[in-house]
Design a protein around this ligand. Sequence first.
Ligand code: ATP
Ligand code: MG
Ligand code: MG
Length: 545
Amino acid sequence: GNEAASNFIHNIIDKDLETQKYGDKVHTRFPPEPNGYLHIGHAKSICLNFTTAEKYNGKCNLRYDDTNPVKEDTEYVDSIEEDVRWLGFQWDERLWASDYFDEMYECAIILIKKGKAYVCDLNSEQIREYRGTLKEPGRESPYRGRSIEENLKFFDEMKQGNFSDGEKVLRAKIDMASPNMNMRDPVIYRIAHAEHHNTGNKWCIYPMYDFAHPIEDAIEGITHSICTLEFEDHRPLYDWVLREVGKWPAPPQQIEFARLNLTNTVMSKRYLKAMVDEGTVDGWDDPRMPTIAGIRRRGYTPEAVRDFCERIGVSKANSTVDIGLLEHCVREDLKQKVENRNVVENPIKIIITNYPEDVTEEMEIENNREVPEMGNRKVPFSRELYVDGDDFMEIPVKKYFRLFPGNEVRFKGAYFITCDEVIKNDDGSIKELLCTYDPETKSGSGFEGRKVKGTIHWVDARTAVKIKIRNYDYLMIEDENGQQAMNPESLVETVAYAEPSIAEADPGERFQFFRKGYYIADEKLTTSDEKVFNKIVGLKSSWKK
Ligand code: ATP
Ligand code: MG
Ligand code: MG
């Protein structure tokens, strides 16, 4: 594969190994919140965490960040695990942040006892107001001076359930004048009378992310806690929590990298969930979705996704990657792997008037021109055929070398064919094309007599198998105001004719439909009676290096 782009995270780890900051240990984690399906952005984080652990013979945990007391959705948990495995990774341990609630509570007590946390009665609006703005320091809460005893008592009462949601919070006592807003006495525990999927009704106080996350990492012995750039401003708080709690001699190092953004799609669980709930798309695994489940159903391969993640590399600067690069990686992977099939859309009937009526020839056609070891297959050829609607023009435009009246082309793997006459229906539409073939030009005969400029593919009419093709376009396009908007033509379904061997395609099997693109038999919609193919990606790249 491709040499990985220079990785500043690995440089940091190399240094830490040199100084033996964590001895020889490298331990990462992927920490999803089980509140939706993973998307391609998460794939970047997964690849980074798992391949980093692999590179250093370390470990990588799958940790559910389930500190919010919302109902567990096993559908999300199952999908996350399926997606990580599909990408080709196996976690060392599968852990739940909520299993650490007791220890997190103890950490809070440590902070209170050190005078580093206090119970505050301001409501959330007041807290925000007291926090001030970037231009001015905040004001101290009137409850900031509470004694340690008072704080311990109130925090215990919070835990006992003596207060309602929002009535009190526990705040870290840091610096209300800090230029970093996250350090202005952040809330670290809140009251929420809600059942938790794991701990039930044991708790009615729950830790905030910025308090919980460093402790989760430290408990697990994570050495390098890799996260996205928006947490850079939270790092001082991450370090503060671990330093002040003081239980861990070598606390984990948070390292931020730029999140993945892609053109022509959206990458937010919340937005994707809304589309699923509103029925704008056909579920989380709709092949247009940037979810890993959608990408998988669309026919992308894990190898292509991993190659993509490697090529984009990790950086400290936010940017938007052209979705064409992902498609390029898919094409690069599939072109060596899948067999060709002849398939025509918007079929036009061909009658070869000088070809005998009762003869069917079996033409030998290579399965993959680039990989001769993939062998040949037999494709029936007879007097009546179909060609693709795009391969005929009654009045050709300039430089059109395919079929038009009077022109001769090569029928791939068969003969040279000349179009003699267009037969029309009463309504003016094309009924069929009367053509002739030249028996001397048979493919493989070594015929050198004359050259033709166009080569097209074909399907034998008598044995053709009707299939459905779901042509996918981008989920999002730019509207006339330059705004991202839902693409109204993101799915166009067509009926096509395929060579007979397509009848054996298994759900999930991929092909190149010769000259058209890469396709996969849809896992959900393909039955033994009807083959439904998703277009994975076209053959031509719009992506420029
Ligand atoms: P979203 O913002 O799409 O809802 P999230 O960040 O809330 O996603 P989590 O389940 O909290 O989702 O994320 C798990 C991990 O994946 C986190 O470490 C997060 O930083 C990382 N991650 C999420 N989105 C991206 C992205 N676009 N690029 C890289 N990493 C990402
Ligand atoms: Mg989240
Ligand atoms: Mg988010």
